[in-house]
Design a protein around this ligand. Structure first.
Ligand SMILES: [Zn+2]
Length: 316
């Protein structure tokens, strides 16, 4: 395969992979969408249980007051009945006392009973409205779950379509290159970038002049000579720069700060990528270009550096 064809395939693969990884992230994150609804429901249920417990307490109190009231009533009625059969003034006084005390107790218990009955009724209403709220919250959560599942299904379908495309594009490429490429894109979205004016447009580092030349010449060497940026390990292809652009570049000063270069090569998310570049730089620190000779060493390093990732891939 000629080099330009390889680069074109890699660019296509890059788009497919970036989309695929972003879908994977969406699928993994999707249960979070239900978190706040689930938390609300759990809180409502907890409060309901607490309120129900105080309802039970008040209910028991009401039962006890009813018993007390019945006792006081019975005592008063017995006194009143006794009045019909009294023979002495002493008996009268005793019964009169019984009736008075029972009536007083009756009145005070009845008063408290009214208060607690009202309390119980209010609690009962609150419980009913809470039950309604819990039911509607459960219904809402169910429908959110259903639509989320639909969403996830459509993500999964898209994902499997992308995997088919990925397999189709990758089948003619060197599998080792594809493997490395996947891992770069998992972190950076961009895995293949141009070399312009001797600068890697992925990380904006100035490449050694002879290395930049190798990138230029690699195009004629066929697909055995894919070169990686020694700083950010992205795959590099050479891009011719017009006279005008070259002048701009040199006006700014080759030795100028990297911040200056950033502005010059500003594109969508260069700042964000800067951070990611740092990470990659350290991981691939000693890694130079990968070709057939030293690719084994480079692979060993990779494996040590990113066990986590390997685990992920194993699961799949
Ligand atoms: Zn780079």
């Amino acid at each position: 395969m000629v080099m330009t064809e390889v680069f074109d395939k890699l660019k296509d693969l890059q788009d497919v992979l970036a989309e695929k990884y972003s879908l994977e992230a969406k699928i993994a994150d999707s249960p979070k969408q239900l978190e706040s609804q689930e938390e609300l429901l759990a809180r409502l249920k907890k409060e309901y249980i607490e309120k129900h417990a105080s309802y039970e307490t008040v209910k028991a109190k009401v039962e006890k007051l009813k018993e007390e009231l019945a006792e006081a009533e019975a005592s008063r009625e017995a006194g009143e009945k006794g009045m019909d059969n009294i023979t002495t003034h002493r008996e009268y006084e005793a019964l009169d006392k019984q009736i008075t005390e029972a009536t007083e107790r009756e009145n005070s218990v009845r008063k408290e009973l009214q208060k607690e009955d009202k309390n119980l009724e209010e609690l009962n209403e609150i419980l009913h409205s809470d039950e309604e709220m819990i039911k509607s919250q459960e219904t809402e959560l169910e429908s959110s779950k259903a639509s989320l599942n639909q969403e996830i299904d459509s993500y999964k379908k898209e994902h499997s379509d992308l995997e088919k495309k990925e397999a189709e594009i990758s089948k003619d490429l060197d599998q080792e290159i594809v493997y490395k490429f996947q891992r770069i894109i998992q972190r950076n979205t961009e895995g293949i970038v141009a070399v312009r004016n001797g600068v890697c447009t992925g990380c904006h580092m100035i490449l050694p002049a002879n290395f930049a030349n190798e990138v230029r010449e690699a195009e004629n060497n066929g697909d055995k000579d894919i070169l990686f940026c020694p700083y950010c390990s992205r795959i590099l292809y050479y891009e011719e720069v017009s006279e005008d652009q070259q002048e701009d570049y040199f006006d700014m000063g080759v030795a100028g700060s990297l911040a200056g270069l950033d502005e010059d090569f500003d594109d969508e998310d260069s700042e964000e990528r800067e951070d990611e570049d740092e990470e990659i730089k350290s991981e691939f620190d000693d890694e130079d270009e990968i070709d057939d000779e030293d690719s084994e060493d480079a692979d060993d390093e990779d494996d040590e550096d990113s066990d986590d990732e390997d685990d992920d891939e194993d699961e799949e």
